[in-house]
Design a protein around this ligand. Structure first.
Ligand code: O7M
Length: 271
């Protein structure tokens, strides 16, 4: 599988509102020569210490990453306003897109509220689960994202060992044929024009299959590198575009060196 080719859109101006999320993250990847997205999943019962530690990791890794991913646990620990002021603002100032890992998976009106709230707070993309379906599920999320040049990424195959029980299940869909659930989800992501799919880095064979299905340009986001056993080079060779990395960076005594080594591992010059 050839490595994914990055390109800079001709009209790239660094203006968040006029450039799609997909082009913004690609531009950051080119600028910092990296596929690594920092998953800022730190935990601390003391909010001010949590904020300080999160900011320190972002500051240390800023030149070796192409985006930051925030989980609900950081929003629970700090509150959305503090996340916006203390993490999203500095990330935006560094031209690093911010992804909200909301794993949206509810009926339309609550999904819509959550997506709007996260986008208004300054997030550039949200992660959703295709299991909610389109009508009165994710339709409004895609609509809001489209109108603000934001991204929606769809969870397609998780990185944990238990994921197989559901994502590999064979199911019958509209065309009458039987397929694994992750293939059905991948096709939905294409049909709905998602700006990327999430496939665990622990599953290089599944990444290869998803790459085959989506073609060369749809970004594949791969979490599970390092702490969960995924190998960056294997994921990239299988077709992953971006690597989502948490503990291997933020739990290291030297997050900058750790981020640099993830960057070097799969492809020292991915662009
Ligand atoms: O590198 P880690 O293992 O410390 O963290 C991995 C991050 O990726 C963490 O933020 C998880 O929430 C996320 N993640 C997975 O680990 N596995 C998945 O299947 C999906 C995700 C994810 O990002 O979903 C969008």
């Amino acid at each position: 599988m050839p490595r994914t080719v990055y390109y800079v859109p001709a009209d790239y101006t660094n203006e968040a509102s006029s450039v799609s999320f997909r082009d913004r993250i690609q531009a950051a990847a080119i600028r910092n020569r990296t596929r690594t997205i920092l998953a800022l999943d730190l935990e601390d019962h003391d909010p001010s210490r949590l904020m300080r530690k999160s900011r320190e990791v972002l500051e240390a890794a800023k030149d070796c990453i192409c985006a930051v991913k925030i989980n609900r646990q950081l929003v629970l620990g700090l509150g959305l306003k503090t996340v916006a002021d203390s993490i999203l603002k500095p990330a935006t100032d560094l031209s690093l897109p911010a992804i909200m890992d909301a794993k949206l998976n509810d009926v339309g009106h609550t999904n819509e509220f959550m997506a709007r709230t996260y986008f208004d707070a300054g997030f550039d993309a949200v992660i959703a689960s295709p299991t909610a379906g389109w009508e009165n599920g994710l339709d409004s999320v895609f609509e809001i994202a489209r109108s603000g040049n934001k991204g929606v990424l769809l969870l397609t195959y998780m990185s944990n060992p238990g994921a197989e029980a559901f994502y590999s299940l064979r199911a019958r869909n509209g065309d009458g044929g039987e397929k694994p659930v992750f293939e059905i989800m991948t096709r939905l992501a294409m049909e709905w024009e998602a700006q990327g799919v999430v496939v665990g880095a622990t599953q290089p064979k599944i990444i290869s299959r998803v790459r085959q299905l989506v073609g060369p340009t749809m970004p594949i986001y791969s979490p599970g590198v390092g702490a969960q056993g995924g190998k960056p080079g294997e994921a990239v060779d299988a077709g992953a575009t971006y690597l989502i990395v948490g503990r291997a960076i933020y739990a290291s005594p030297d997050p900058k060196t750790a981020a640099l080594s993830v960057r070097a591992a799969p492809d020292p010059a991915p662009v």
